[in-house]
Ligand binder design. Structure first.
Ligand code: F6P
Length: 479
């Protein structure tokens, strides 16, 4: 391994994720800089990185090739470059055209291409080598998500001294689906390079352990896999969360409150506002949700003078064909619904294909009387938790798919099966008509859950579990 250290330094904690926690920005003077991404993962991992002399390896997006390791906001970042072919075959191809739909209940059809797989192997190899070059002796490496499932095993081969954790942010599918994958065994073996494999829900961990037993033939007992060389791998659930306090503080800002009123006025002061916020992804159930709302209007249960639907769809993976098709479908549907049910100055659906800063999102959440989160399958869904965190007056109704990981914790939401349009219509109507006592009772319980189980608790639980596996080994202690 060629030493590849930031300023010749090696690190006790190495975070490896497909993306760096920063985005490219253009400064006023035309020079280019970086801005910390709005995601929750940075919030969780930043304190652990600071406390443990950590570095974050990831792709900053784009195809820049001359990127050197750098410091941003006190974090050490090591950028991975990506060629156009790697973006096409590793990121858009195998990660988002094969694994993403396969792991989400085949809601979209996964495509299996050997060239995509080969590129997935070579890019994972590059990430593993980079991590191997930056990790100090006995360091801890935390690898994230489905794009990098081969990294644990590749890394262990080069650096057997490391303690390796892996966390999957999306669902881990049942054996019946996973075994479609021509490279199923390689992926399982890739993950088995870790000491601890974390999932959103216990079901994911169980699926993994069962598959390892069936497909790799290792002995397993509850959440532990026993490898022939004597090593043990733990599989367990660590449901991810958000910076609940930070979101509530944001929502309480006078500037946000002012923005809420401005948006409400711009919408024409409807009595109630429904809200959907999603990456524009076919797993999110946006189409069915809007149809359900439109049918309620068509049947006279909801009048456009009384209620409107605001749908924020954040552009995502726009080069992938299934995402382009979805965009066209939603564009057409919104046009039709507004044509059928809108009036002058009063569309039924306010559709925004854009991404917004956290403050603007907090204003949207504060505005929403009914938050509608109806994915067909979702690892967790942090939007549901963000909504709850901003409702500091214990008001507002959450309609939530039972197939989102968040449904395990947010039991007091109006839970729906997104495949059942009539069921979804009934739940939307109930949430719309619910009285204050009912919404308060439900929201209070959900807020307790989200504030007590925030993202810092999540990161600590994973790190503690990883550290506790072999307390007196050669590893440095991670705090
Ligand atoms: O949580 C799933 C995930 O794919 C993350 O790995 C990723 O950062 C996020 O969704 C957004 O997707 P992308 O990185 O493809 O834009």
């Amino acid at each position: 391994v060629t030493p590849d250290k930031v300023d010749g330094v090696s690190y006790d904690l190495v975070i490896v994720a497909n993306r760096l926690p920063v985005d490219r920005v253009e400064n006023a003077d035309g020079t280019r800089g970086w801005r910390t991404s709005p995601g929750g993962l940075v919030t969780a991992i930043e304190p652990v990185m600071r406390a443990n002399h950590g570095v974050w390896i990831g792709w900053p997006g784009g195809t820049e090739t001359d990127l050197e390791p750098f410091e941003h906001d006190g974090m050490s970042l090591a950028p991975m470059t990506m060629t156009p072919e790697e973006i096409e075959e590793f990121y858009e191809g195998f990660s988002n055209g094969t694994l993403w739909p396969l792991y989400h209940d085949v809601v979209g059809k996964p495509e299996y291409h050997r060239e995509w797989w080969e590129r997935y192997v070579s890019v994972n190899e590059r990430f593993a080598e980079k991590a191997a070059g930056l990790a100090a002796k006995g360091a801890t490496v935390w690898v994230h998500d489905y794009q990098l499932q081969l990294v644990p095993e590749m890394l262990r081969r080069i650096r057997p001294d490391l303690r390796i954790g892996f966390y999957l942010h999306i669902p881990f599918p049942p054996a019946e689906l996973f075994q479609q994958l021509p490279w199923r065994r390689q992926l399982l073996e890739g993950l088995l390079g870790a000491d601890l494999v974390g999932f959103q829900l216990p079901g994911g961990a169980q699926n993994f352990v069962r598959l390892v037993r069936q497909r790799v033939g290792h002995r397993t007992q509850s959440g532990t896999v026993f490898l022939p060389d004597g090593r043990e791998v733990r599989a367990a659930a660590f449901p991810i969360s958000i910076d609940a306090k930070g979101f509530e503080e944001l929502a309480r800002k006078p500037a946000v409150e002012k923005r809420v009123e401005a948006i409400r006025t711009a919408l024409g002061n409807p009595k109630k506002i429904f809200l959907g916020v999603d990456r524009l992804d076919y797993t999110k159930g946006i189409y069915a949700r809007l149809r359900a709302f439109a049918e309620l209007m068509g049947e006279g249960h909801i009048d456009v003078e009384d209620a409107v639907f605001v749908q924020v769809a954040v552009p995502s993976r726009e080069q992938v064909e299934q995402y382009r098709i979805l965009r066209d479908d939603i564009d057409r549907l919104v046009g039709r619904i507004n044509g059928d049910h809108g009036r002058i100055g009063r569309p039924a659906i306010h559709y925004l294909h854009n991404s917004y800063p956290r403050e603007e999102m907090a204003a949207f959440y504060r505005l929403a009387d009914v938050m509608v989160v109806t994915p067909y399958r979702d690892g967790m869904n942090l939007v549901a938790k963000e909504y709850v965190a901003t409702r500091y007056e214990d008001d507002g109704a959450l309609v939530l798919s039972e197939f989102a990981g968040a449904a395990d914790e947010l039991r007091q939401a109006w839970l729906v099966n997104p495949y059942d349009i009539n069921g979804m219509k009934a739940a939307l109507l109930e949430a719309y008509r619910a009285d204050d006592r009912e919404t308060t009772r439900r929201m209070r319980a959900m807020r307790r859950q989200v504030t007590q189980h925030d993202v810092v608790a999540w990161a600590e639980a994973f790190m503690t579990s990883l550290t506790d596996l072999d307390g007196d080994g050669p590893h440095s202690t991670i705090v």
